[in-house]
Design a protein around this ligand. Structure first.
Ligand code: NAD
Length: 244
């Protein structure tokens, strides 16, 4: 039975990816730092192992890998999905806020990939990083968030180059807006309506629409795809229109 680690797995896009993995016969290590929500969601689910960890902490990430291998036996895929959002003008973003965004969105991807790679090398596994259209286009308010996601897109290429010889594929999904807790905390009403105008399909995405692309890139159907970023964004990136 194949096994995936999904970080930030107990809600939003990570939970949708978990549900699709389970439907396709995988087992999932659901990783989150929100321990109460993690156990509320995971404890009733079959073939799910709840793993408490903050992806920005190297020791907790090492334990995440150890607990997954002890509990599920192998790792075939890592989905680096845990993320935090901050919409704030560059001049008003404190260094602490900048570091907090980088710690989860960028350091977390680096740490989880490095710690999991030896296990993925044993199974010929795959990694999918979750960036954002904010990492493809610059705009106001996203100095920390957008920069962290642009770095994740480049980190995807770096790790694809480094880990390919071990048979590990590394790809990235750049979602457009989805109505999750993360997005609704930072999307003011005027941003929401501007997104509708900027997106050719004229709507927000559903978490499951992002998750389908994630699971595809982890699967054998994508066996010769590596180093790529797939925008799942209703056509936004194709238009060249700026972010709201
Ligand atoms: P969400 O807030 O619904 O879920 C994120 C989960 O990550 C939460 O359960 C949270 O507790 C967990 N998490 C945060 N920091 C963590 C840490 N340091 N260690 C462990 N767990 C941590 O968010 P979502 O919208 O589902 O976002 C998932 C990913 O998709 C994020 O990387 C986000 O940046 C990206 N994304 C979301 C949107 C959107 O519109 N929702 C758009 C583009 C990209």
């Amino acid at each position: 039975m194949k096994t995936a680690i999904v970080t930030g797995g107990c809600r939003g896009i990570g939970l949708a990816a978990t549900e699709i993995f389970l439907e396709q016969g995988w087992r999932v290590a659901m990783v989150d730092r929100d321990t109460r929500e993690l156990h509320r969601v995971a404890d009733g689910m079959e073939n799910v192992l709840a793993v408490e960890a903050d992806v920005s902490d190297p020791d907790q990430v090492e334990r995440m890998v150890a607990e997954t291998v002890a509990g599920l036996g192998r790792i075939d895929a890592l989905v680096n999905n845990a993320g935090v959002a901050l919409f704030s003008h560059a001049g008003r973003t404190s260094f602490e806020e900048w570091r907090e965004v980088m710690a989860t969105n960028l350091d977390g991807v680096f740490l989880c990939t490095q710690a999991t790679a030896p296990e993925l090398a044993k199974t010929g596994g795959a990694i999918v990083n979750i960036a954002s259209i904010s990492g493809l286009r610059a705009s106001t308010l996203r100095v920390a968030y957008g920069t962290s996601k642009a770095a994740v897109i480049h980190l995807t290429k770096q790790f694809a180059a480094e880990l390919g010889e071990q048979g590990i594929r590394v790809n990235c999904v750049a979602p457009g807006p989805v109505r999750t807790k993360l997005a609704m905390a930072v999307h003011a009403p005027e941003i929401i309506s501007a997104y509708y105008d900027a997106i050719p399909l004229n709507r927000y995405g559903e978490a499951r629409e992002i998750a389908e692309a994630i699971v595809f890139l982890c699967s054998d159907k994508a066996s010769f795809v590596s180093g790529q970023t797939l925008a799942v964004d209703g056509g936004f990136d194709a238009t060249g229109v700026g972010l709201p």
